[in-house]
Each structure stands twice: as C-alpha cells, then as structure tokens.
Design a protein around this ligand. Structure first.
Ligand code: ADQ
Length: 416
C-alpha cells in the first residue's frame, strides 16, 4: 500500500476500447463495462487495484458506447461512500479538435487539462480490460528509484500471443532498462532463457507527470503517429533510454494463494473471456475472488439471496463447482462449472454446464445449456438446447467460436 508522504499520484484509466473481438458482448457496451465473474464489470479490476494500492484520485477516459460504463462508474465508484468523489468518468471532450480520440495517447492529450489541474508528480496509466490483482505502489516505488520517465509493467506470455501485445526486449547492459519495444510484432524473438516466451507489456504504465505531458504533446503534432501508448509513446521513450520494465513477478498481494499469485488475463477475445470464467469455478480456483485482503469492489443493486429449491418435479435444484450470484433461483435444475449473474432463473429438468449466464437470463424447463455465454436477459424456452450442436447454433444466428463456445447477445429470445 502507498504510504503518506510519497509522490502525489493521479491515475488515468483508459476505458475507451471498442472490444470488437468480444462481439456480441460489446454490441452496445464498451469493453470495460462487460460483466465478468457474476457481479463485476471488467473495469472493477483496474479500479479496485488502484484503490487498494492507495491511489484514490482516478479519472476514467471513456469513449465508445459509454452509457452503461458511465452509469456503473457513477453508481459504484463515484457515489461510493468509501471513495467519495474521487473517480470521475471523462468522456471524449473534443477540446482540441472536432475529432474523437484517435488512440490512447490522443485520449490523454485531449485530457491534459486534468493533469494540469491536479498537478501530480506521477501519473499511473492503466487499461481497463484485464482480470488480475496488482499493487501499483510497488511499481511506483521502482519508477522513482530508477529515475525512469516511464515504467512499463511486464509479464511473460507464450510467444504465439506476441501479436496481441507490446513486446519488450531488455537492455542487457542496464538493469531493467528497455532496449527495444515493438507493438504487436509479427516476428517476435523468444527470451534467452525460454524461446517459447516473450516479455509482454501489460498495458499499465507509470509516468513522471512532466515526461508524460511532454511526450503526448509532441506526439500530437506528429503526422506519422497513430497516437497510441504502446505503438508510439513507449517506443519514443525507449529511443531516449528513459523507459524501464517492471517485472510483474515482483508484485506481491496480501492474501494471494499459491495458485493465483501472478494471475493476469487479457480477456480480449470470447475464448479468453470464457477461459477466465472457468478459472473462477474450480474447487481451488486459479483466480481467487475470496481474497478479502485485496477485495475486488463493485455494486450490483439490492437482490435477495440465491435460492436452490426442489422444483414441482421433486427434482433437486443444485449447483456444483459454480459461482451463483444473489437473486438467482435454481429450481429443480442442475448447474455445474458455471457462473451465474444476479437474477438468473433455471427451471426444472434444465441443465447448465460450463456456461456463463448474465443477469436476468431465464432457462426454461428441460432446456440444456453447455459451454455457452448468454448475455443479459436472454430467454431460453422449454426443451431448447444451446451449445450442443455448433452448426445448429450458427444456423440460429448465434456466434460460435473456434473452440466451440456459443454466445447469445443481450435480450435475445431464443425461438422455440
Ligand atoms: P491494446 O489493448 O490492443 O494493447 P488499445 O486498444 O490501445 O491497445 O487499448 C489499451 C487500453 O486503452 C484499453 O483499456 C482500451 O479500453 C483503452 N483505449 C484504447 N483507445 C482509447 C481511447 N481512444 N480512449 C480511451 N481509452 C482507450 C495494449 C498495449 C500493448 C499491451 C496490451 C496489453 O498497446 O502494448 O501489450 O495493451 O493487453
């Protein structure tokens, strides 16, 4: 945790991502507003990590389809008695020109007035679409000790995923300094001690405030720039030998278990989003939501407790290896390896296996749901199967991923 008397820190949360690869979950909400883990939204992980690190002054830069995101921030974070009025959502302001933000660096450039008003020593810039726990104060401490202009959080990832990340090569002659940084390279080079891995940027940065202001201002004037943090700003500092890497393995979180220490997932695709949910449901979860020493905070309204009842059929309503939110009623249905958001209803003889059901989903009698993601308010009539026959699912207009996960968009009433 940050101690008083340290540098003055302002956090900027980049929450403008479109999340095209998460369609249809991002059809009418920004990626950081996508529900996760039953009761959370993706942005809750970044905001909770900042709050738990002691950094309570946060601005959230929003852009696309930000209505539900703004509402969530306002109800959960801004009005929260714990945090007072610290978390402010800031929509694209078009202060500088008529265009919306071009890229993440442009988003910061257009919001420089916030930094000028706040006068921080350090600006922590984080993405809003990852699932993890991280104490940013440890990274800030390293940043101050090395005298870097920017420090980039780094984690080892399989070389096959290098095309999704900024890839860091350390400068061998200088401890922790970044020698090269390439955004989403198509020809990555493996690490010396493990050719199957690269060192990836986590999209979280610590900047000295003056350096950040200078960099985004100069970048804004460059016509050959995409105005992107990973593609343009970090490489600019690397060239000047002022960029350092922070090894995520050095981060320690109170209450972390042996299994979930170092957990970090980019949930940018349907398959990775699904897999991260499955990480929550096993008996000894790969990611432990029950760590009260580093809570992930959210709010989701007032609902009665979840209830499991014997249906009219006299069949027991049960859930095993599952996460079930308040307001759910499992009546004569069997739920296994699944995550249920508030107010899901599952009726007699239905079975739900390996699935993610968002708020208000209703599963009719004798319906079967397998390896599927059902967005808010989807209604499945009695006797219908989802996720059992991929071709049939596609024919009904549902998205089916390469690994066979069926996704049904918000509010869909599945035909009988
Ligand atoms: P990407 O996630 O592909 O890679 P980007 O699409 O810029 O990069 O998104 C980064 C963050 O900024 C996300 O949280 C997104 O929501 C937000 N964002 C994007 N454009 C924005 C805008 N105009 N306004 C406000 N917010 C915006 C990045 C880095 C890589 C790194 C990966 C880690 O560029 O180097 O490896 O994150 O996942």
């Amino acid at each position: 945790m940050a101690t008083s008397g340290g540098p003055k820190v302002l956090a900027i949360v980049l929450a403008g991502g479109e999340g095209k690869r998460l369609m249809p979950l991002t059809a009418d909400r920004a990626k950081p507003a996508v529900p996760f883990g039953g009761i959370y939204r993706l942005i809750d992980f970044a905001l909770s990590n900042l709050a738990n690190s002691g950094y309570l002054r946060m601005v959230v830069l929003t852009q696309y389809k930000s209505h539900s995101l703004d509402r969530h921030i306002t109800t959960t974070w801004r009005m929260s008695t714990m945090l007072g009025n610290y978390v402010t959502p800031v929509p694209a302001q078009q202060r500088v020109g008529k265009q919306w933000f071009a890229g993440s660096a442009d988003a910061i450039y257009q919001s420089l007035n916030l930094i000028h008003d706040d006068k921080p020593d350090i600006v922590v810039v984080v993405g809003a679409d990852h699932v993890y726990r991280m104490d940013f104060s440890d990274m800030v401490q390293q940043h101050v000790e090395t005298g870097a202009a920017v420090t980039v959080a780094a984690i080892r990832q399989p070389i096959g995923s290098a095309g999704q990340f900024g890839v860091i090569e350390l400068d061998e002659s200088h401890d922790r300094r970044i020698g090269a940084f390439r955004e989403k390279p198509s020809d990555p080079v493996g690490l010396a001690d493990n050719p199957h891995e690269v060192l990836a940027s986590m999209g979280n940065y610590v900047f000295s405030a003056d350096a950040l202001i200078d960099a985004v201002t100069q970048d804004a004037a460059r016509e050959d720039s995409a105005h992107d943090m990973g593609g343009d700003i970090v490489p600019w500092f690397v060239e000047q030998e002022r960029a350092y890497a922070y090894d995520f393995r050095d981060n320690t979180i109170p209450g972390a278990t042996e299994r979930d220490r170092g957990y970090w997932r980019d949930v940018g695709t349907i398959d990775s989003f699904y897999d991260a949910h499955m990480d929550l449901v096993s008996i000894h979860p790969v990611f432990n939501l029950y760590n009260y020493d580093w809570p992930i905070m959210t709010s989701y309204g007032s609902f009665p407790p979840a209830k499991f009842v014997t249906g009219a059929s006299q069949r027991r309503g049960v859930a095993l290896n599952s996460v079930v939110s308040p307001g759910c009623i499992v009546s004569g249905a069997v739920v296994t390896d699944s995550v249920l958001s508030p107010t899901v209803r599952a009726h007699s003889f239905s079975s739900i296996n390996g699935s993610v059901l968002m708020s208000g989903v209703e599963i009719g009698r004798s319906a079967t749901i397998s390896r599927a993601i059902l967005d808010k308010d989807v209604r499945v009539p009695p006797g219908v199967s989802i996720g059992v026959d991929a071709e049939h699912d596609r024919a009904r207009g549902f998205t089916v991923t390469e690994s066979g996960i069926t996704v049904i968009g918000k509010g869909t009433v599945v035909p009988e």
